[in-house]
Design a protein. Structure first.
Ligand SMILES: C[S@@+](CC[C@H](N)C(=O)[O-])C[C@H]1O[C@@H](n2cnc3c(N)ncnc32)[C@H](O)[C@@H]1O
Length: 203
């Protein structure tokens, strides 16, 4: 049976799925990559809002970066990840493609690199270890352009966010959602796409 997100992918065909061996590489390592339904939603959201400058916190191997840059030919993306080997993987699989030239990889902990960035962005995507979410929130509004979008993944965290006492600690994600919906400077929605997305538009 064909999975619904796979069917949608085939129907929309926004871009060619990057090399299957790239996905296989990630799967073999059991590396947490972004869900297909989330990617398809963000591609659509990108086409509607046309961000010029994107910042992705926790870019991993750059799978999301690659997909977004593929549908947004006028965009650039800066990805941050503390695993420096991920940049080599991205380069290996994008093989110096045109998309790769619009991608900048910064190696380091986002808690240190984010406050030091001296640019602002049209989109900021948060996809790091959940424990960092509340701390990052302190620095994010000032890094976003007015009318820009702050997008956070895993805000439902497989439902653990609603189940206190389970072994995964949902507190940082709960805190993120509270901060997101109580901040006067943003209009915020939460969508049950993939593992849950908050999308916050800076007023
Ligand atoms: C869920 S994976 C990201 C998946 C990626 N966005 C994609 O498109 O497939 C989370 C990534 O965040 C990185 N990460 C987690 N906490 C971080 C931190 N504090 N600073 C930098 N990178 C971090 C991990 O190394 C990992 O690659």
């Amino acid at each position: 049976m064909i999975h619904s997100s796979e069917f949608t992918f085939k129907m929309t065909g926004f871009c060619q799925r990057p090399q299957d061996d790239w996905y296989s590489y990630a799967l073999n390592l059991n590396y947490p990559v972004i869900e297909e339904s989330t990617l398809q939603f963000l591609e659509t959201w990108g086409l509607l809002t046309r961000p010029k400058r994107i910042l992705e916190l926790g870019c991993g191997f750059g799978l999301m970066s690659y997909r977004l840059l593929s549908v947004l030919p006028e965009s650039t993306l800066t990805g941050i990840d503390y695993n420096g080997k991920n940049e080599e993987v991205f380069k290996k699989f994008t093989n110096k493609s045109e998309v790769g030239k619009r991608f900048t990889f910064l190696t380091g902990n986002v808690t240190e690199l984010l406050p030091a960035l001296n640019q602002t962005y049209d989109w900021i995507i948060v996809d790091v270890d959940k424990k960092y979410y509340p701390e990052l929130f302190l620095h994010l509004p000032e890094k976003l352009n007015t009318g820009g979008y702050l997008i956070a993944d895993n805000v439902l965290w497989k439902g653990w966010v609603t189940r206190p006492g389970e072994k995964k600690n949902p507190e940082p994600i709960r805190k993120w959602n509270e901060l997101a919906f109580s901040h006067d400077g943003f209009e915020t929605i939460l969508l049950p796409v993939g593992d849950g997305l908050t999308i916050m538009r800076k007023k």
